[in-house]
Design a protein around this ligand. Structure first.
Ligand code: CLF
Ligand code: SF4
Length: 509
């Protein structure tokens, strides 16, 4: 008996569609979606996990004001509902933002989405935000428009959002219970008055839920972001997930609270901790029973430019774009050609997946089991870290990685479970030799992983990783990531390294 590999993507199943985004043996992770939704997400790097290996996004920081206070936010910095706290973005006028977007789109053709996510709340600055979208929807119709909001001003702006062809909206919803909300939001600014406590949280929650329902009714794809705050809303977020799914949200992104005293936030100063990797993954897994989860969020800054996880903002400062002459009609042609190339590569990768991904579960089908009915071999799941600079390939040198993609391989599946940020091990020149403490930090960040796949790795980090129980592997360089992870899993199984925990214990007893 062969077991089918079921693979998952960040995209949610559509109503009436297949419950698994893997949809049987199809290697196209979006195959279950109706064509109209597929067209909206197939090249959106946040709404489709597969797309984030191939396409980039950019943000323009046009929205300085905010209409609420979150306990994890310091107003000196970008809106922490999408951004890593402690990051400041330079505020642009809508005109500057449009010029920057056209410049980036011409220079980075794989940039498909323009998002507005701060530095305050985009919908608390409706003129600036909508002026930017209005002009871009005319000048650059090939760019998808995306906005992220705390939701307080959302219901009143739904019609305008639809008018400007904004097809993707993110609402940060941390709770549906005002008592919990009062522990996260000290106040909101509502109808020219500051309102505090449970009353404030109740208004905010009502506005968020109303906005979600209105957007879904109009066919806008809604992602819900939730900040996981241990001891405050962590156990409650399953209920949030269930409710927003029932109302038609497309995707749920549970992000870790990042709270450090130096950020000057209430939670940071009070010593509120964020979740561990394991706690975050466990909650994401629990919520995944209810809806599709985003696990590839990088908590980008409000002026981020490039692939998720990279920031090329320095190449597009106001000074640098001031003299740029942009022929956008020509740029659009070039962009279309490059998008076609990317899609051809994705199709080829899917083809390869079909050939190699028959079943990881038939690991030991060979000589020992000639019978037609092959028994499932009990093997334990394994976490693997992957160094990749895009295109869905294992194609980055270990020393050049600023983050690792984490995959869980099991007898049934290879699934993406998250990312881990690290300091650069090798910054070139003579500095690699001094990188001992960086390497120790990387090894700590890869806690729980048993292998790391990369295109190349130096002799020293190889030894240290191996000593820490993390097997470096450069054998699968330039292979598609999931096939490489599956192949390594099979190799580990063949080498007898994947006995379930109990068996391992009894063997070593
Ligand atoms: Fe930007 Fe957000 Fe749109 Fe993406 S980001 S407004 S949906 S285009 Fe993406 Fe960045 Fe995570 Fe946001 S990785 S922080 S989820
Ligand atoms: Fe800060 Fe964003 Fe919350 Fe406003 S909505 S207080 S900018 S985190």
């Amino acid at each position: 008996m062969e077991l089918t590999v079921v693979k998952t993507d960040g995209a949610a199943p559509a109503a009436g569609g297949c419950a698994s985004s893997g949809c049987g043996s199809s290697s196209d992770k979006l195959a279950h979606l109706p064509e109209a939704i597929r067209a909206k997400v197939h090249n959106h790097p946040c709404f489709s996990e597969e797309a984030h290996h191939h396409y980039a996004r950019m943000h323009v920081a046009v929205a300085p004001a905010c209409n609420i206070q979150c306990h994890y936010c310091n107003r000196k910095y970008d809106c922490a509902n999408e951004s890593r706290p402690g990051v400041v973005s330079e505020v642009l006028t809508p005109e500057q933002a449009v010029k920057k977007t056209l410049a980036v789109a011409a220079a980075i053709p794989q940039m498909t989405v323009l998002g507005i996510a701060g530095p305050g709340d985009p919908l608390a600055n409706p003129e600036r935000t909508l002026a930017t979208f209005r002009e871009l929807s005319e000048k650059a119709p090939d760019i998808k428009l995306c906005v992220s909001t705390n939701g307080l001003a959302l219901p009143e702006l739904v019609d305008e959002i639809c008018e400007h062809n904004i097809d993707h909206v993110t609402i940060t919803i941390n709770c549906v219970d005002p008592e919990i909300g009062a522990k996260i939001y000290p106040w909101i600014y509502w109808h020219n008055r500051r309102i505090k406590g449970v009353k404030a949280a109740r208004i905010l929650i009502e506005q968020q839920q109303k906005g979600l329902e209105m957007l879904v009714a109009k066919g806008v794809l809604v992602k819900v972001n939730s900040v996981m705050i241990p001891g405050v809303n962590d156990t409650h977020l399953k209920e949030v997930s269930r409710i927003v799914k029932a109302k038609g949200a497309f995707l749920h992104n549970v992000m870790p609270l990042i709270a450090e005293p130096e950020h000057g936030t209430f939670f940071g100063i009070m010593g509120q901790r964020g979740p561990t990797h394991d706690e975050l993954q466990a909650l994401q897994d629990e919520c995944a029973g209810d809806m599709a989860m985003m696990r590839h969020c990088r908590q980008c800054r409000a002026d981020a430019v490039g692939m998720l996880g990279e920031d090329r903002g320095d190449e597009f400062t106001l000074e640098k774009i001031a003299d740029m002459e942009i022929d956008y009609a020509a740029a659009m042609e070039r962009r279309a050609a490059i998008h076609a190339e990317i899609e051809a590569n994705r199709a080829a990768q899917r083809e390869q997946r079909n050939e190699t991904f028959v079943s990881i579960a038939s690991i030991k089908r060979s000589a020992a089991s000639p019978a037609a009915d092959i028994e499932r071999i009990e093997t334990r799941p394994v976490l693997m870290a992957v160094a990749s600079e895009g295109h869905g390939l294992v194609n980055q040198h270990f020393g050049h990685a600023r983050e690792f993609l984490i995959y869980e391989a099991s007898a049934m599946d290879v699934r993406f479970v998250g990312t881990r940020k690290v300091d650069l091990y090798c910054s070139g020149g003579d500095t690699c030799g001094d990188a001992d403490s960086t390497l120790s930090k990387i090894i700590r960040a890869l806690d729980g992983c048993e292998a790391v796949l990369c295109s190349k790795i130096g002799y020293e980090p190889w030894g240290e990783l191996e000593a820490a129980g993390i097997m470096p592997n450069g054998e699968h360089a330039m292979e598609p990531i999931e096939e490489a992870v599956a192949a390594l899993y099979r190799e580990m199984a063949d080498a007898g390294q994947l006995a379930p925990a109990a068996e391992t214990a009894s063997l070593s007893a």
